[in-house]
Design a protein around this ligand. Sequence first.
Ligand code: NAP
Ligand code: COA
Length: 264
Amino acid sequence: MGNSQAGKTLFVAGGSSGINLGIARRFALEGANVALISRSPEKIAAAAAEISALNGGRAIGVAADVRDYDAVEAALKQTHDRFGDIDTVLSGAAGNFVAPALGMSANGFKTVVDIDLIGTFNVLRASYAFLRKPGASLISITAGQATRASMFQAHVCAAKAGINMLTQCLALEWGPAGVRVNAISPGPIGDTEGMARLAPTPEAEARIKARVPMRRYGTKDEIADMALFLSSDGAAYVNGAIIPVDGGSGCGDGGGDALGGLGD
Ligand code: NAP
Ligand code: COA
């Protein structure tokens, strides 16, 4: 495709599937070395094999749980030993299920906060020693739930809100070293586990699309475009930004309900 990432290295947490794997594919096609981690040894090996076929064998997959700081640090060290300084870190591991707060145990709430928020701290904190400085781009994956309360998503809303603030705190602390820290906030993205869980029926899917101003799901490639931009020289002064790629979903109610559908 291109060579905008030639000689550069991408590390992806939660890289065995979905949006994060889509970003890894795109970086590989642009020439990047790629390291992926996720919990499942089988899934991460398959993902690494797929990426290796795209970038001439310069991909590794390591089974590591983002809740385990030492395992994350070891995977980052392995990446650094193989490819040298890391240019882009994507923290996208996440868990979600749909449940009312009263239908969620304390451990259910904690599990999602541990994966999403504590996991993002672990990945970004542990990566610092292995980054290209100056020049590295760190990207968290957040979601609209961070700023918009949602029924049956108390755990995700709380965790993603924490990710937004963590992203901006690290942007303040690490900006002076030339390390930029930003977040992408995807809207509903097609062909993902996230939307399979949030909109499991065609009716639910249609309801969600009707509220997106663009009237469709986004694609993994559209998220990868933003990740590539954030890792380019064009984004050299973009730091601490929470960037929606959501077809305008975050602007408000795009369904035009109050006006009887005049928005359609
Ligand atoms: P996905 O395919 O399920 O991706 C989640 C990834 O995280 C998987 O590779 C999973 O692999 C890994 N993972 C889960 N728990 C982990 C842990 N404890 N340690 C390490 N890796 C772990 O879901 P997706 O829908 O593409 O979502 C990707 C990201 O986009 C998430 O941050 C999500 O919140 C965000 N997002 C998605 C949407 C959407 O429309 N789908 C919208 C807004 C934001 P293993 O099972 O092998 O661990
Ligand atoms: N409703 C209520 N509670 C639930 C639940 C549901 N649908 N699913 C899991 N939980 C609770 C469990 O009961 C458990 O609590 P308990 O010990 O008090 O019973 C707690 O959550 C942890 O469950 P467990 O299955 O042990 O967690 P895990 O670490 O193996 O898996 C999840 C994490 C639950 C988030 C799992 O859905 C997952 O692996 N998700 C990754 C993929 C994903 O969610 N992709 C979309 C990303 S947006």
